[in-house]
Design a binder for this molecule. Structure first.
Ligand SMILES: [Cu+2]
Length: 626
């Protein structure tokens, strides 16, 4: 599934890598005249580096014409390629195997780097150098381990110095799917890490070959003179002739390198290694593991430092589109009235949480956390004195709870996670039951990771009618407004919050941004009761109605005494607050209800049909010029 724009490149790169490696394997084993270990070396390196591996193979190693391999591979730069390929094939295999194991086990990144270095070095030294090269080098396995130790160390240090920072910064950057081997992005990060490691290890490998400390490319042909005697082969180490090396007779290589040269270059590569391993710690939190971050994709602009905890990342991470269980278009309304069923005189409501794709504009959808597949969640309406039970089933990956904002009820029914109740796990149900003793406009919302969950849509209106209908302040029309902010980038939905990287770019009234918001139709002289509900989580909205003042008749579910009611044309709807206002249509025409923060009446900073976001119209019939 394509989740980020980069995914297209990732899939192309991985496919090209596999095809390139397949071609190199086919061409090598079809008859490129070199030792089997080098054939495998090029196949593996091409698998890891994709088209770059293919390029190196064709330009430096593939026999250009029959019998031409010996001459072709002589230049030192090609010998350096051969030596680096050989090193990288072994080291990178060890590193990648270790990286997969460490991610699956869930070890922190700093330990990951150490395990990768050890695995890469040991795999390169004990298997790719000492074991696979034994025939070529002659001598015992132990001899080869000792002989290869220093060149392998020098080369591996450079390799890791390049690979570690590239790998870590890619894995722990914005898109931490790259930390998990089950994601293609992980393999892309590995691939680019190997490319960087190769580039870093190449110069020192050229030097090692030139000084006779490592093998470069070799030619090995099946002995045509003795076809019946099985595996008899002749080695022509044509590439080894320069720099005073002699490979014949298993006597090993002769090198003119001096001890001070070896010591200083070893120390220098150790310094490079130390830099490569520690540099990422300045930018990312190396104490985190793949298990901690769970493939989180962070919003652009989020400030992440070396001490950013995984919980902060999970809080701000994008909703994983793969968790979406249903997709709804503009025809589906949020905040629908939910009819209860009655059990022994108790009004029973069922709420179910899930991740849905919800359309807020004709061309814009969000991945939302929703109650009953709606944003806002269904409106629960009952009467003062009613006994109600709300069964909340959680189908989110996260735990959740529900809080009945503003209600007087038993503490265990209040909802705060880990305070009055254990969070509801995925698949579990919690039964909230209480008697409504108040009346007015209230709301319900998630009280577990509220910062994230309410910002993603887990809220709804709670309207409690007074026991005595005569206490209701009535109007000709009634409309409830629930506000919300959204952050959408590159098709992913992040919880909007007043935090770097979390600032919203879309705003909705009842789950729709203008011009897809509702229109209220009225006649001159009629009244409209608007219930403003502060379902907005991190932002305050000064809500304003054109065409004359409204009268504030209730605040936070409390009806104001007639003497305390007041006229206003703008009211700050802060998170959690509710205002019931009565507006009278004085003149015909289109009268706007909107937030007075200009940015909140745009859609991703653009205006459509005169605005966007927190904006809607009241259409009062008649001649607008009157
Ligand atoms: Cu606003």
């Amino acid at each position: 599934m394509l989740i980020q724009p980069i995914d297209i490149f990732v899939y192309v790169w991985l496919v090209v890598s596999v095809l390139s490696a397949a071609y190199v394997a086919w061409d090598q084993f079809r008859g490129n005249p070199e030792p089997v270990v080098m054939k495998w070396g090029f196949v593996l390196v091409t698998l890891y580096m994709g088209p770059i591996g293919l390029l190196l193979y064709v330009m430096a190693d593939k026999e250009p014409m029959p019998g031409g391999h010996e001459e072709f591979i002589k230049p030192l730069w090609k010998q350096g390629v051969g030596s680096t390929v050989h090193c990288v094939a072994g080291d990178a295999t060890g590193i990648i195997v270790a990286a997969v194991a460490v991610a699956v086990i869930g070890l922190p990144m700093w330990l990951d780097l150490i395990v990768e270095y050890a695995a890469g070095f040991l795999f390169g030294l004990l298997i790719f150098q000492a074991l696979f090269m034994r025939k070529t080098m002659g001598g015992t396995y132990q001899d080869n381990v000792l002989r290869s130790f220093l060149p392998e160390l020098i080369s591996m240090n450079c390799m890791m110095a390049g690979m570690a920072p590239v790998m870590v910064l890619l894995m722990m950057g914005r898109d931490m799917r790259a930390m998990w081997p089950g994601e293609p992005l992980f393999w892309m990060a590995m691939s680019l890490g190997v490319v960087a490691g190769f580039a870093m290890a190449y110069p020192v490998n050229v030097w090692l070959v030139a000084r006779g400390l490592k093998h470069g490319l070799m030619t090995e042909r099946a002995d045509e003179a003795a076809p019946s005697k099985g595996k008899s082969k002749t080695h022509k180490m044509s590439g080894m002739d320069h720099a005073g090396m002699s490979m014949r007779g298993g006597s090993g290589m002769h090198s003119d390198v001096t001890r001070p040269q070896l010591v200083t270059i070893t120390l220098f590569t150790l310094l490079m290694l130390a830099a490569g391993m520690t540099l990422p710690a300045a930018f990312v939190n190396l104490r985190l593991s793949a298990h901690d971050v769970r493939g989180a994709i962070m919003p652009p602009g989020m400030i992440m430092t070396q001490e950013t905890p995984a919980a902060a990342m999970l809080d701000m991470a994008a909703v994983d589109p793969r968790d979406v269980t249903a997709t709804y278009g503009l025809d589906r309304q949020g905040a629908q009235w939910l009819a209860p069923h009655i059990e022994d005189g108790v009004k029973v409501f069922d709420l179910v949480t899930s991740v849905i794709r919800w359309q807020i504009l004709p061309t814009v959808s969000v991945d939302a956390y929703a109650f009953n597949g709606q944003v806002p969640g269904p409106t629960l309406r009952f009467r003062q004195g009613d006994r109600v039970r709300i069964n909340v089933t959680n189908r989110l990956r996260d735990t959740t709870t529900v809080h009945w904002h503003g209600l007087v009820l038993p503490n265990v029914m209040d909802g705060p996670a880990n305070v009055t109740q254990k969070p509801i796990e995925r698949g579990q149900v919690y039964h909230y039951e209480f008697t409504a003793v108040q009346s007015g406009s209230f709301l319900y919302h998630s009280h577990d990771h509220v910062d994230r969950q309410q910002s993603l849509g887990l809220y709804g209106a709670l309207i409690i009618d007074p026991a005595d209908a005569a206490d209701e302040i009535v109007a000709d029309h009634e409309y409830t407004i629930q506000l919300q902010e959204w952050l959408i980038r590159e098709g992913l939905t992040y919880p909007a919050m007043p935090m770097d990287g979390g600032q919203p770019n879309f705003f909705t009234i009842n789950g729709r941004a203008f011009p897809s918001t509702d229109m209220i139709k009225m006649k001159v002289g009629e009244t409209l009761k608007v219930r403003f509900i502060g379902s907005n989580n991190g932002f305050i909205h000064p809500m304003h109605i054109h065409g004359g003042p409204f009268v504030v008749v209730a605040r936070d579910g409390e009806t104001l005494a007639p003497s305390a009611r007041f006229k206003a044309d703008t009211i700050n709807v802060g998170p959690g607050q509710r205002y019931d206002v009565i507006w009278t249509a004085l003149k015909p025409g289109k009268w706007m209800i909107h937030c007075h923060i200009g940015h909140h009446t745009t859609n991703n900073n653009t205006e459509q049909n005169g605005g966007g976001g927190l904006m809607m119209h009241i259409e009062v019939a008649g001649d607008p010029t009157k």
